[in-house]
Design a protein around this ligand. Structure first.
Ligand SMILES: Nc1ncnc2c1ncn2[C@@H]1O[C@H](COP(=O)(O)OP(=O)(O)O)[C@@H](O)[C@H]1O
Ligand SMILES: [Mg+2]
Length: 1044
């Protein structure tokens, strides 16, 4: 923080230097362009020096000069290139004195002060007619329109604010001798800003429109612009519809000044601007139609003329104009005619119409025209206000712009000038109060050493005009209201009587000789603060009364034109109750205005008119010196020089600048005054730069304040960044903590959930295990609650295991999983079913060949299984169709037996019946018989019918004995054979010969017939070695290998 304030201190000094450098730079050029702030004038009490400086600058086209924060502006009467967008940008956000004086600098300062202090301000623009007030107010408005923050909505408001101007000027401005675009009404405009500085709305107050201009203009002057704009610029069709001709000379209300055309005014293009503006500020087609209907009807009304009939009463002689007024205002012709030529008088019980004289009729006509125009103007202002209104109720700050008619002196001055100059008198009084008087009073109050500056206080003139009972206004009202014959002259006499001795009032009668020469009999002269003005009393009473005959209003109430209906409401009290006189209304409105202004911070623009000829480059010393004097500029300068540029209550000052000093930031514990002392000590203010009052600090030079302000701006941003960073940090931390808390919460919940689940799971497991154990313990009891689940589990688990371990083939059937006792029966059934299933599957999978083979094997099995020792080892040896291919059988043999169909052939060893010699032979089975063949010889044919039986041993030998029926001795006997394919050959034989039952397996020995009647034996036994030999007993001994 200390580091930061050090930096500020440095930048504060740097800023001070920079400002000084800028000021010095302008000082070096002062010989040529003069000085830019009169406060720096050496001879600050000299009017000549003041005038010289102003003139010097004027000739260099530098029209703006400051007196402190007051801006003096001299009308250049030529277009200067100082109002561009670039210029606006240059002045945006830059302090006074850092750039040459400019209306933009003032506007910008007002805006920024409003923004930072959040209070209301007004800019009082004063100066005599033609000095440049209206232009200045427009420049300020334009500056805000460009420089304020904008959005689409705000742009809308901005456009309306800007465009309300040309409309109001068209209807309220006119060419006068002093100014080609003179405002003939007073205007106070509030611009409302939201807290971000955006222009969000506006409100306009208008003051006393110079209505008399509608019916009468002095030579060289014009009526209100709008009439000329309509006639010159209006489209053909519109004019036709309004019954107008494009020639101003045709209208009485436009020709009296004899200067309808003015070179500085382009009515045609102004007309277009107004048209466009009307559409932007929410005027409907109907509104504009009605509005121009009214303008046209005023012109027609002006052309209505009266003629005296034989009795001297007014009659209408121009029915055409009458017709147009009646059409445009929507009032029946008859009613209108009656209203213009008769006056309604109320006798006790009845109403009587009394005819007008021609003069009266003209007067009533003009009164009506003025009333219509005046009220329409008020309607217009209200309408614009509606379109500018900001509907949002949040608090706004405002900048008020007061552009009111300037002090005016013509060769003949009437009631209007009296009002206008009175208004200026009041504003001067306000200025005095707000600056000179209050400033000096403040120094006194605050106990600041001070040498009072004498100044002329115009309160005496204000009192002369407005004092109750004795003031001119009171006297005028009195004359207007009193019964009896009152006239302008009786009014003059009354003034002479009541205020004759007043130093600021003189009349022909009261004047000394030399003065009397300058006064007419009907004149009175006021010594205004701004100079002498001679008023001609003629018309004062009339204008003040502003009487519209009662039936005039009634006629208007019948109008179909909606604006007229609005302007002449039925609710308006009629003439029985007198309305307030014009001057009293005006006085009251000025009191209202003063109140509005007093509640705001004042800023001033003083406009000066360099010459009466509206010429560029001409600087009329006498004229300007006069204005300097009456505008009180010298007094203002003296007060400024002696005084202080800036003052603020201690607490406000401290509140704003306390960040610039570590001791006062963020909070000062002591009193505000002590805080400020500490603060400025830290900032290094020199003793001559400031004074400490009772409640306020007074700073002598603006530059000191600006440097402080600049330092504050820098500091503000840094503080904002720090605060922002801290706040963001705080927010982020908050978010983080919240997230963390949330995460922990979620974690806790989740963990809780998981733990509960785990606990449930365990509880369930315990239950299951318990049940399991109990089930296990009671597994052998009959099914009950305790073991049912266990048993089911056992069953299921066995079945599941069984499913995974089923035997793969039929042969593995012994690998069937051993079932628990509980499921034994089911297991058996399952096993059976499953084996059947496998068998079924196996069977379905075997070929027909293999099937035939198996059938054979089955045959073999039925004959030998369990009977012969070598049978099991033969099972796996497949059978074949034949053991001897046809080609290996002798051809002769084939020829002999082929017709019997050879079914099977096998090599055998035949043992001779006598001696048992072994011989290799072929054994062939045909369909009919078995043949024993040696080469080409059939050794023996055994018809199947004669085959009695076949014997084989029960041992592992491969002998077979074929027993044949032998009746004939020549026939060969039984055959003893040895065949390696014993089972195959016998199976084939049993099938071919259909001899299944005649094959016998015998033990020990076999008897056989060598030939009928002669028997032999073959003995079988098993031993260590297989042998075949003839035993001593003559039997054939067959020893077969003992199989274990
Ligand atoms: N800043 C200016 N630059 C150029 N011409 C100006 C300027 N101010 C005033 N004028 C000229 O002077 C005329 C009168 O100014 P205006 O503002 O209407 O006077 P006021 O409102 O004080 O009676 C304007 O029409 C314009 O021609
Ligand atoms: Mg003006």
């Amino acid at each position: 923080m200390t580091h930061m304030t050090l930096e500020f201190k440095e930048s504060l000094e740097e800023r001070c230097h920079q400002i000084l450098r800028n000021m010095e730079a302008s000082l070096t050029a002062r010989d040529r362009v003069g000085i830019q702030d009169f406060v720096l004038l050496d001879a600050y009490t000299s009017e000549c020096a003041f005038l010289d400086n102003l003139r010097k600058r004027f000739h260099e086209n530098i029209i703006y000069t400051y007196i402190g924060t007051l801006l003096v502006s001299v009308n250049p009467y030529k277009v200067l290139d100082i109002y561009s967008k670039k210029q606006m940008d240059t002045y945006m956000g830059v302090n006074f004195f850092e750039l040459p004086p400019h209306i933009y600098a003032l506007a910008d300062n007002v805006f920024r002060t409003m923004q930072s202090e959040f209070n209301n301000h007004f800019i009082l623009i004063s100066g005599e007619s033609g000095a440049g007030k209206t232009e200045a107010s427009k420049k300020i408005l334009q500056y805000y329109a460009v420089s304020c923050p904008s959005t689409k909505l705000l742009n809308n408001v901005r456009d309306r604010l800007l465009l309300s101007n040309p409309v109001l000027e068209a209807f309220g401005n006119a060419k006068t001798l002093k100014n080609d675009n003179s405002s003939r009404f007073g205007k106070y405009m509030d611009i409302q800003f939201d807290h971000q500085g955006g222009a969000v709305g506006g409100h306009i107050l208008s003051y006393l429109l110079e209505k008399s201009r509608v019916v009468h203009q002095n030579h060289g002057e014009r009526n209100f612009h709008i009439f000329y704009q309509l006639v010159e610029g209006g489209e053909e069709e519109l004019l036709r519809w309004l019954g107008l001709e494009r020639n101003c000379k045709n209208y009485r209300y436009l020709v009296q000044g004899d200067c309808a055309k003015v070179s500085s005014i382009n009515d045609k293009s102004d007309w277009r601007t107004v048209q466009k503006a009307l559409s932007v500020i929410d005027f409907s087609g109907n509104d504009t139609e009605n509005l121009f209907g009214i303008i046209a009807s005023v012109l027609h009304l002006g052309n209505i003329q009266f003629k005296a009939d034989s009795r001297g009463y007014a009659t209408l002689n121009n029915n055409k104009e009458m017709h147009w007024v009646s059409k445009l205002l929507g009032i029946p012709n008859q009613v209108l005619q009656q209203g213009l030529t008769h006056r309604k008088i109320e006798a006790k019980t009845e109403e009587v119409f009394s005819p007008f004289s021609v003069d009266h009729a003209v007067y009533a006509r003009d009164a009506l025209a003025k009333a219509i125009y005046g009220r329409t103007f008020n309607w217009l202002v209200n309408k614009i206000n509606e379109s500018l209104a900001n509907k949002d109720s949040s608090r706004k700050t405002v900048i008020g712009l007061l552009d009111i008619y300037g002090f005016e002196v013509f060769s003949i001055n009437s009631f209007e000038q009296f009002c206008i100059n009175y208004c200026n008198e009041k504003l001067q009084q306000l200025f005095i109060q707000l600056t000179l008087k209050s400033e000096q009073e403040e120094y006194e109050m605050e106990g600041i050493e001070w040498e009072p500056v004498p100044y002329f206080n115009n309160k005496i003139i204000c009192d002369l005009v407005e004092e109750k009972f004795r003031g001119i206004i009171s006297l005028l009202d009195e004359e207007c209201l009193r019964p009896g014959e009152a006239s302008d002259l009786t009014f003059l006499e009354k003034m002479e009587e009541k205020i004759g001795g007043h130093p600021h009032f003189v009349t022909h009668k009261l004047a000394d000789k030399s003065t009397r020469k300058t006064l007419e009999r009907g004149d009175f002269r006021l010594l205004h603060y701004a100079g002498e003005v001679t008023y001609c009393v003629v018309g004062f009473l009339d204008k003040n009364n502003d009487l519209l005959y009662r039936n005039g209003k009634e006629v208007m109430r019948q109008s179909k034109n909606s604006i007229i209906q609005h302007c002449f409401p039925a609710s308006e009290p009629d003439s029985k109750k007198r309305p307030e006189t014009v001057v009293t209304q005006f006085k009251n409105s000025l009191v209202g205005l003063t109140e509005i202004l007093m509640s705001k911070e004042p800023w001033y623009v003083r406009c000066i008119k360099p010459n009466e000829a509206k010429q560029p480059g001409q600087f009329d010393d006498v004229l300007v010196r006069h204005q300097i004097k009456y505008l009180g500029l010298m007094e203002h300068l003296r007060v400024r020089r002696a005084g202080f540029a800036y003052r603020r209550k201690y607490y406000i000052f401290l509140q704003r600048y306390k960040p610039l000093c570590p001791e006062t930031w963020p909070n000062w514990k002591g009193t505000a005054a002590e805080g400020v002392k500490c603060l400025i000590k830290h900032l290094g203010y020199r003793p001559d730069e400031y004074k400490m009052g009772r409640t306020k600090i007074f700073i002598r030079h603006p530059r000191t304040l600006f440097a402080t302000e600049d330092a504050f701006q820098v500091c503000k941003h840094k503080l904002a960044t720090t605060i922002q960073a801290k706040y963001k940090g705080y927010r982020v931390k908050g978010d983080y903590l919240k997230q963390k808390e949330a995460a922990t919460k979620i974690e806790n919940c989740w963990r809780g959930l998981m733990a509960r689940k785990e606990c449930e799971r365990r509880a369930w497991a315990v239950k299951v295990i318990k049940k399991f154990i109990k089930g296990f313990m009671t597994r052998n009891q009959p099914a009950c609650v305790d073991n049912s689940e266990y048993l089911a589990y056992v069953r299921q688990s066995y079945l599941t295991r069984l499913r995974d371990n089923l035997p793969k083939t039929v042969l593995e059937k012994d690998s069937w999983l051993t079932p628990p006792p509980l499921i034994q029966e089911a297991s058996q059934i399952l096993k059976k079913v499953y084996i059947r299933h496998m068998v079924h599957k196996y069977v379905r999978g075997i070929t027909s060949q293999r099937k035939a083979q198996l059938l054979l094997k089955e045959q073999t099995s039925s004959m030998f299984k369990g009977k012969k020792e070598s049978y099991p080892s033969s099972v796996c040896r497949p059978f074949v169709d034949t053991r001897i291919a046809l080609g290996d059988i002798n051809i002769k043999i084939l020829q002999m037996i082929q017709h019997e169909h050879i079914k099977y052939s096998v090599p055998v060893v035949k043992y001779d019946r006598n001696g048992f010699r072994p011989r290799l032979r072929q054994l062939i089975f045909t369909q009919e018989a078995a043949y024993l063949v040696e080469e080409a010889k059939i050794k023996q044919r055994i018809d199947y019918t004669s085959l009695k039986g076949v014997s084989v041993s029960n041992l592992s030998d491969s002998f077979l004995i074929l027993h044949v029926t032998c009746e004939d001795i020549r026939q060969k006997g039984d055959l003893v054979l040895q065949c390696d394919y014993l089972f195959e050959a016998l199976t084939k034989l049993s099938i071919i010969a259909d001899k299944q039952n005649c094959i016998q397996v015998v033990q020990g020995s076999v008897r056989f017939d060598i030939q009928p009647g002669r028997e032999g034996f073959v003995d079988f036994k098993s031993g260590q070695e297989s042998m075949v030999y003839r035993a001593k007993n003559g039997h054939l001994m067959v020893v077969s290998l003992e199989l274990i």
